[in-house]
Design a binder for this molecule. Structure first.
Ligand code: NAP
Length: 498
């Protein structure tokens, strides 16, 4: 499929070379791809936002069944892109085909899950309507009938992440949740996969036409100029922002939002180091298997998952476990990272970590190409961890830190000092868990998802999932970006009385 490099502005493909341009990058070849993408102008951005604002008036009146048809049609149109979509994304990300096929299915199923939820509860999102009947005999005053229901907020700005080109991008979770809630969407496409974004926008446009939806209900902006992102979140007609990405960029966008005259919700799904607590008997009895599981999970996607296990809490003296970590990591082949920016930051972070006092490198994998990221596992004791703030930062790529604890009391201290996390896992065997009750009680308040004897990578898309967590893993601890409750981000309550 030939790409135009243009943005989709309310049904029109727009963009010319004079506007400035950028290219996508091939992580496998370490060179730019040939297609040129045109930077959207401020005028085009405003047209997209105004169109979304106008479309809201019509789109919010659609029945839940019409919205469900629309979401299902988008899902079908994504599948109709066929292998062209997978090939394009593989060029832009170098993610393996099996991973891309799985993520595409997950994205399609996410859209269909919202469609089913809308059909199941045709007069109230997720069946949340509450009614208190009138009581004319109540004294001293009669009680009126009140009914609580939910309305869509209005146009939503969506920013996706580089590492999930489908599920957390153009037609990913935030877009699906906003459209299900009745909100038009303006996506700032990610520069790491602009061609994928263009194909996805084609799928959205085909569905808009087939379902006779207003053209302004979905726009997609291409740009590598950061100012465009700030203009988008500052636009008065934008009523909420769904963002998946790094902590630093989230803070910058929040600063811009804070200057708006009308405050709006900002849902930032950010990074995390996802602590893995290995309890003493597990470490002693199953040290080798535990080490393999930790390394495999950390190496998945070359460490580029928001749920990658970056912090391993292990009892001191677990020689078998540590030896196996060293074996696995030394044998791990280096691989590409998603963007040159991620390569640069990864290298800087592991080099800084190597120079920290009282932090040792247990092992690293060979670097076969200079533009790859190679596995690193560092180690330190609890006191060093507690005294070194740099060790709490996410390293986005194949790196982890093993922290040796001497007692359950020391483990408790460390857990109490943890920042907010998307997930944490507790690995136990025999009667370990009973002795760790106070650790787990503390841990519940640090995470959005607490896992027993499993690794954190892989987020199930289902109604009971929570993907989010206390700050700094996300900016709103009350909300999830995965699962049906993600719709709540883009709704507000209204009470009808009498
Ligand atoms: P990123 O660099 O923060 O990019 C996210 C978005 O912000 C992109 O659209 C990017 O635009 C934009 N951006 C970058 N710099 C900006 C600036 N100075 N001002 C305004 N906008 C700017 O993150 P990423 O590399 O794509 O993704 C990796 C991060 O996302 C990791 O921290 C990972 O843990 C996290 N993540 C979290 C989840 C989750 O669900 N919690 C899921 C996936 C990833 P450009 O395209 O122009 O660069």
């Amino acid at each position: 499929m030939t790409l135009t490099g243009q943005s989709l502005i309310a049904g029109q493909w727009q963009g010319r070379a004079e506007q400035g341009e950028f290219q996508a990058f091939s992580p496998a070849k370490n060179q730019p791809l040939s297609t040129r993408y045109f930077n959207v102008t401020s005028t085009q951005l405003n047209t997209a936002v105004d169109a979304a604002d106008n479309a809201f008036i019509e789109y919010r009146k659609t029945s839940f069944s019409q919205r469900a048809d629309f979401l299902e049609c988008i899902a079908e149109q994504i599948l109709a892109l066929g292998d062209d979509l997978l090939t394009q994304t593989a060029q832009e990300t170098n993610l393996p085909m099996a991973r891309l096929q799985g993520e595409r299915m997950r994205t399609v199923n996410q859209l269909k899950a919202f469609a089913s939820a809308l059909r199941e509860n045709p007069d109230s999102p997720l069946g949340l309507k509450l009614i208190d009947e009138a009581d004319s005999n109540r004294s001293p005053l009669p009680k009126p009938r009140t009914e609580l229901n939910y309305l869509p907020l209005g146009p939503v700005a969506v920013f996706g992440a580089s590492n999930f080109p489908y599920a957390f991008s153009t037609l990913g979770g935030d877009t699906a949740a906003a459209l299900a809630a009745g909100c038009p969407v303006v996506v700032k496409n990610h520069t790491a996969h602009p061609g994928t974004g263009e194909l996805m926008a084609r799928a959205a446009l085909a569905a808009i036409k087939e379902c006779d939806m207003p053209l302004g209900v979905f726009s997609m902006l291409q740009s590598d100029v950061y100012d465009i992102s700030h203009q988008l979140v500052a636009a008065p007609a934008i009523k909420a922002v769904g963002f998946t990405g790094s902590f630093n960029v989230a803070r910058l966008l929040q600063e811009t939002i804070a200057k708006r005259s009308e405050p709006i919700p900002f849902y930032g799904e950010l990074g995390s180091i996802n602590p893995q607590i290995v309890l003493p008997k597990k470490a002693q009895n199953e040290g080798k298997a535990m080490a393999e599981a930790l390394c495999q999970s950390m190496l998945m996607g070359n460490g580029q998952f928001c749920t990658s296990p970056g912090l391993w809490l292990v009892p001191t003296g677990c020689d078998e476990l540590e030896a196996e970590v060293a074996n696995c990591i030394s044998a791990a082949a280096s691989d590409t990272l998603l963007t040159p920016g991620i390569v640069k930051t990864f290298k800087k972070q592991v080099s800084q970590r190597s120079e920290l006092e009282n932090v040792e490198l247990i092992a690293k994998g060979a670097l076969t190409e200079d533009f790859h990221g190679n596995a690193h596992v560092f180690a330190c004791n609890v006191d060093t961890y507690l005294a070194t703030p740099a060790l709490r930062e996410e390293v986005f790529g194949p790196a982890a830190l093993l922290v040796r604890y001497e007692s359950m009391e020391q483990l408790s201290l460390l857990v109490a000092a943890l920042e907010g996390q998307l997930t944490a896992s507790v690995h136990d065997s025999a009667d370990d868990l009973a002795k760790a009750e106070h650790v787990i009680e503390e841990l519940k308040y640090k995470v959005g998802r607490l896992i027993h004897n499993q690794m954190p990578t892989g987020v199930e898309v289902c109604g009971s999932m929570n993907h989010g967590g206390p700050f700094p893993s996300s900016t709103d601890v009350r909300s999830t970006s995965v699962g049906l409750n993600a719709m709540l981000r883009f709704l507000r309550p209204i009470c009808y009385q009498s």
